[in-house]
Design a protein around this ligand. Sequence first.
Ligand SMILES: Nc1ncnc2c1ncn2[C@@H]1O[C@H](COP(=O)(O)OP(=O)(O)OP(=O)(O)O)[C@@H](O)[C@H]1O
Ligand SMILES: [Mg+2]
Length: 505
Amino acid sequence: MSLELRGITKSFGSLVANDSIDFLVGDGEIHAILGENGAGKSTLMNIVYGLTSSDSGKILVDGKELDIKTPADALAAGIGMVHQHFMLIPVFTVAENIVLGHEKTKRFGLLDLETAKEEIRRVSKEFNFDVDPDALVETLPVGIQQRVEIIRALIYDAKVLILDEPTAVLTPQETDELLRNMKSLRDKGTSIVFITHKLREVQEAADKITIIRRGKVVGTALPSASQEELASLMVGRPISLEVEKAQGKFGKPVLTIENLNIHDVTGRRLVKNISLEIRSGEVVAVAGVQGNGQSELAQALLGLQEFVDGKIILDGKDITGSDVRECLHAGIAYVPESRELDGLIGSFSIAENLILDLHDLPPYAKGPVMFPKVVAKEGDLRVKEFDVRLQNIQDPASSLSGGNKQKVVLARELSRPVKLVVASQPTRGLDVGSIEFVHERILAERDAGRGVLLFSTELDEVIALADRIAVMYAGEIIAIVSPETSRAQLGLLMAGVRPENKASA
Ligand SMILES: Nc1ncnc2c1ncn2[C@@H]1O[C@H](COP(=O)(O)OP(=O)(O)OP(=O)(O)O)[C@@H](O)[C@H]1O
Ligand SMILES: [Mg+2]
């Protein structure tokens, strides 16, 4: 099935998010959309899926004009979408989520729970998805949750599948699997719109590429284009994909973790006896496959885990047992893994989000008196510095594009005078230009004498920024190695092959 967009235009106030966009996805084609954070990619696809209305323009499927007002209209027309931010209901099972809303499918009419379960098993088997229809969504890792969204689209018989940054939260292995599945869907005739910031994925999977900048289509490219070419088309200037790092000057320890153990409510040990030291002027990167205790470790340092024993010392001061506010005020900058859940308050203004947790301290307040002008002025400075693309700083943070939300969190946390930066997946969802900037900024923190603890599933990022790499596996740090270590060696460590005995753990 082909999908054609003609002259799609959409404004939010004075901001033109989509400016007369023409776009054609052919039958059985993977068509990538590349564009900076805030370029208008999600807006365009939300219009196609009936989540947002356009101001003008036409949507044609197989040459026939359609009036899509709701996602149910889109599904009925054979268009499915997997969103940048998942839309599953955590307390429901996989099957319940899939029958939710009771949209009619082409094949089954109204889908009942039993049929849904059978279909989930069938699709799951066909694509090696390994999804249990009775599992509660909240217990599933993000990679699996995303498969649920894809399964939903397939069950509803999508012939055009829109994937909005589907790989942002996936491990490299999950990503490879998804790309394989996309190609096999394409070979069976499904047309796919693929939004991603990762140029390697575009080169690997796309048949065609359209580039959007500031709401306009600025060009097309073929996957044979180099990453540098794609990056500069996107951003409109040459981009260096290499990170330059000066020789480090390491000082005294800013963070000392001693024999840290973390348990969950059931008493299961998620982090096992971790001891680690980060010196001033040093970036220690924690590498590992997602789900090996990294998230819990990062949270524990900020007082966000309940069952913790061991010691956490920040710049000579014992902060074990402190709550998150105390940790932030003690001098830790924190970029959480999930900006949606922990980093931002969507209904607060962008300006307020830029000083969250500091709003009652000078210079923003004195005693009970707040100074909104100071807040706005500070906000303006940071927005400029971090190139946050927005319409008005008083708009709610929820109106920002995915990458720009991330930039707000970074702008807030990397502008405070702190001793230690704890950053989890800091460049997730950012475009290549912004990644370049954030990498420079993290190294600037290091060179200014702060300690940086970086959690990243991007091996390139780990190797580029780290002075030392701590590899986590099954809740333990199984090795601390230099960034000169080969990728193959790091891969083995991440798979749990310990340096001393080469047998798998
Ligand atoms: N509901 C809204 N109200 C106001 N502005 C909005 C709204 N939705 C989107 N925008 C603005 O429209 C622009 C395009 O946003 P969009 O989410 O389409 O970007 P994107 O290309 O998907 O970016 P990213 O790569 O960061 O996800 C942004 O400047 C965003 O702030
Ligand atoms: Mg987006």
